[in-house]
Design a protein around this ligand. Structure first.
Ligand code: ADE
Length: 239
């Protein structure tokens, strides 16, 4: 997958290109991430990307021209066919279903704003979708863009090893993850549940599923509303 990130702080994206699962996706060629700085497309001495808002008020607004030139360049870099997404708290809140559908796109252009916002005319004419990562305000779209890339990259076939398939991820089946344990068996008086020590894979599968169901019911009951329970799941929750 090709992703072009537009940002006045392109170095921030090292957090995903240099570390962990996304870093390996880059070094193995599953993800090509280009960063494009809109300042490159300014022509004045100060390389101005922002200006005062019409109508007054605090803060600055990102100017249309450098952003539009950056989007043009970004679309070309990802191969001419790309969904242009602006990260913004005004957007649709990202969830796992959106992540899975974005992973099917051949290319993504991610526009990260700073200051009070982006000239609305860019959003109207150049952006396909605005996406938020949650109902809180960050100081810029970069962290949100990285969250999106990290979640999407996990879905690209071959990025996760066999032992950590994305199918096993929390949310992949609409439920929260079950608890996990590693050695030692007893830690500060708390023991690993007996079922996990026995090696009966079917019993372990049922135990994990039940834990996931109970956790989801207690912590995020609305997730169960959005999903039909299988006969086995209903039984496990009732027992
Ligand atoms: N930019 C600032 N806050 C944001 C958020 N919550 N989601 C996406 N982009 C943002």
């Amino acid at each position: 997958m090709r992703v072009a990130a537009i940002s006045i702080f392109p170095e921030m994206f090292r957090a995903i290109t240099d570390y962990g699962v996304s870093g390996r996706a880059v070094s193995e060629g599953h993800l090509v991430l280009d960063c494009i700085n809109p300042r490159t497309f300014t022509h004045d001495r100060h390389r101005t990307v922002d200006d005062r808002p019409y109508g007054g008020g605090p803060g600055m607004v990102m100017k249309a021209e450098p952003l539009e030139a950056a989007i043009d360049e970004a679309v070309e870099r990802v191969g001419g066919e790309a969904k242009v997404i602006c990260l913004s708290p005004q957007g649709r809140v990202l969830d796992q279903a959106m992540v899975e559908s974005l992973a099917e796109e051949p290319g993504l252009v991610l526009l990260s704003g700073r200051y009070e916002g982006i000239d609305e005319r860019v959003l109207e004419s150049w952006v396909d979708e605005e996406i938020s990562i949650g109902d809180y305000v960050l100081s810029g779209g970069e962290l949100a863009a990285m969250v999106l890339v990290d979640a999407v990259v996990r879905q690209i076939p071959g990025v996760l090893g066999h032992s950590q398939s994305a199918v096993e991820d929390s949310f992949a089946d609409g439920l929260l993850d079950c608890p996990h344990y590693t050695r030692p068996e007893a830690h500060r008086g708390s023991r690993v549940p007996e079922v996990l020590l026995g090696g009966d894979h079917e019993r372990i599968r049922r135990w994990r599923l039940k834990q996931s169901l109970q956790r989801t019911l207690i912590r995020r009951p609305e997730l169960l509303q959005e999903r039909e329970l299988t006969a086995e799941e209903q039984r496990l929750l009732a027992e």
